[in-house]
Design a protein around this ligand. Structure first.
Ligand SMILES: Cc1cc2nc3c(=O)[nH]c(=O)nc-3n(C[C@H](O)[C@H](O)[C@H](O)COP(=O)(O)OP(=O)(O)OC[C@H]3O[C@@H](n4cnc5c(N)ncnc54)[C@H](O)[C@@H]3O)c2cc1C
Ligand code: SF4
Length: 485
């Protein structure tokens, strides 16, 4: 156990500094600096090594949190990364991007600020990369079986790494020109620089995973062909269909889906040329939608030099404290101030957009927005409360309805279920023998930690399908829903 009195001696949470707002707005680098090792050790020492560590229950990966807290407190970073990698293929992604349901369910959080679990996690993996402790683990023998993984987001990558290490010959197909899924082209660099993806891909390539970027299955290779070529197929294509706002004026120039905007900036950041890039420079920007994607648009718009950024959310402002109906250890919906919110802009709640207004030349000039009222549990615009918000650029960040089905449904015969995601069994298998579904494609738009957990678990089921049994871990069933998030 880490320091038995650690949580008594150090009652407060300490996190590393964020770079000053005026400085970080001038570049696209990550916002957080590295934590001072003494401070990190002190924080790891707050862990109580609980008899029933609720942090495990909160983490879909079942991360061995008290073990690596203890190891970091003892200064044994090498063992810590072994224990962290035992349950998580990519802690550099979750350590930066996860909303940390583990912290919401940390026992210390009942009457003190919880352990800074996510910060300990990212410090372990950063130290491991810096010290050369992240090395390839190629398989000792090859099984002769082949697996195609379609989609190179965290679910596809986790499945591919597990199956490659189990001795199968794995190819990852990605329709984009670069590997990484939403980690690559959705999430901005200021949340996670792309070098984190490159470092992990180098390890995976050295282990033997093959990557085929720029190949769209269903178009460049039919799903039937793919099935014929491989012994098993994992569909990890994400849930990328954006929820639209079909109100008058939706077709005006200057109204875009958030992902069209974010992908372009990420392409430019990667050194690609984007003709007629959608940019916020010199514009009044309105972002519709108060989630992660909306926050990413806000941070991007400020870095591009927006004149103003207004963020509209249709619902009420969440409370700042855990509400009574979401007691510990549940993941509470509380008012969050992300690094992007800290950088500026205005957040408005109970705002229902009813119309996009034109400047007469086919371009958006303003939004007509009404107050939201609740009628029979439905959120509707309240008559007589409409007002205008000026806007030259509107970004719709209202979530995603599910996976793209155009080629998969007809060619592969995979139907969607009531939730709009691909139908599958608890073991990730589908009605098509040898075809499995993992990540957002089967769960709907979710979190990186769930995608990695599903990728690992689907890999175990594929291994069992190919070999008759498996020793790969399966942290979650496809039917598991969050207890805490
Ligand atoms: C803007 C944004 C910000 C987010 N921020 C966070 C965050 O901070 N923290 C967090 O935990 N989660 C975040 N999420 C959610 C998270 O990114 C996803 O839950 C996660 O990436 C899902 O992983 P996945 O592997 O299932 O799919 P994806 O990451 O969506 O990857 C699917 C890949 O499949 C490819 N593909 C699709 N069809 C085909 C085909 N036919 N052939 C070949 N390739 C194909 C796609 O091009 C894509 O690259 C965010 C999401 C968005 C949109
Ligand atoms: S619940 Fe919190 S205090 Fe208890 S073991 Fe997990 S991280 Fe440590």
């Amino acid at each position: 156990m880490a320091d038995p009195k650690g949580f008594l001696k150090v009652p407060e949470r300490e996190l590393p500094p964020r770079r000053p707002v005026p400085v970080r707005l001038m570049d696209w680098k990550e916002v957080y600096e590295q934590q001072d090792p003494t401070q990190l050790r002190r924080q790891a020492g707050r862990c109580m090594d609980c008899g029933v560590p609720f942090c495990h229950q909160g983490c879909p990966l079942g991360n061995l949190i008290p073990e690596w807290n203890d190891l970091m407190w003892r200064g044994d970073g090498r063992q810590a990364i072994e224990r962290l990698h035992a349950t998580n293929n990519f802690p550099e992604f979750t350590g930066r991007l996860c909303p940390a349901p583990c912290e919401a369910s940390c026992v210390l959080g009942i009457n003190q600020p919880p352990v800074t679990i996510k910060q300990v996690e990212v410090s372990i993996i950063d130290q491991a990369f810096q010290n050369g402790w992240v090395t390839p683990h190629p398989p000792e023998r090859l099984t002769g079986k082949t697996v195609a993984v379609v989609g190179s987001g965290p679910a596809g990558l986790a499945a591919a790494q597990q199956l490659t290490r189990a001795g199968h010959t794995v190819a990852v197909y990605e329709r984009d020109d670069r590997i990484g899924g939403l980690l690559r082209y959705g999430i901005p660099d200021f949340k996670m620089e792309k070098r984190q993806i490159e470092a992990r891909l180098a390890q995976m390539q050295a282990e033997g995973t093959r990557f085929r970027a720029g190949v769209e299955i269903g178009v460049d290779i039919s799903w039937d062909d793919l099935r014929a070529r491989y012994d098993a197929v994992i569909v990890a294509t994400g849930a990328t269909v954006p929820r639209d706002l079909p109100i008058p004026g939706r077709d005006l120039a200057g109204v875009h889906f958030a992902m069209d905007y974010l992908v372009q900036q990420n392409r430019v950041g990667a050194g690609s040329h984007v003709a007629e890039q959608i940019t916020a420079e010199g514009k009044h920007v309105v972002v519709i939608g108060g989630g992660d994607t909306g926050a990413d648009c806000i941070g991007t718009a400020h870095r591009q030099g927006a004149l103003s950024v207004t963020n509209l959310a249709i619902g009420k402002q969440p409370p700042t404290e855990r509400p009574p109906h979401q007691p510990w250890p549940m993941f509470p919906t509380v008012f969050e101030v992300s690094s992007a919110h800290e950088e500026g802009g205005e957040r408005r709640y109970l705002a229902s957009t009813v119309e996009f207004l034109s400047n007469g030349a086919g371009e958006v000039r303003a939004l007509r927005v009404a107050e939201t009222e609740y009628l029979d549990g439905r959120r509707v615009p309240k008559a007589g409360t409409e007002r205008e918000i000026p806007a030259d650029l509107v970004l719709i960040a209202m979530g995603f309805t599910g996976p793209e089905t155009d080629t998969i449904e007809p060619q592969l015969g995979l139907p969607v279920d009531a939730s709009g995601a691909f139908a599958r069994d608890a073991d990730y298998s589908t009605a098509q023998p040898g075809v499995f579904v993992a990540g957002d494609a089967g769960r709907g738009q979710s979190l990186i930690v769930w995608a990695i957990a599903e990728g690992r678990a689907a890999a175990a089921q594929v291994d069992a399908f190919l070999e008759g049994s498996t020793s790969l871990p399966a942290p979650v069933a496809a039917t598991d829903r969050a207890i805490s998030i």
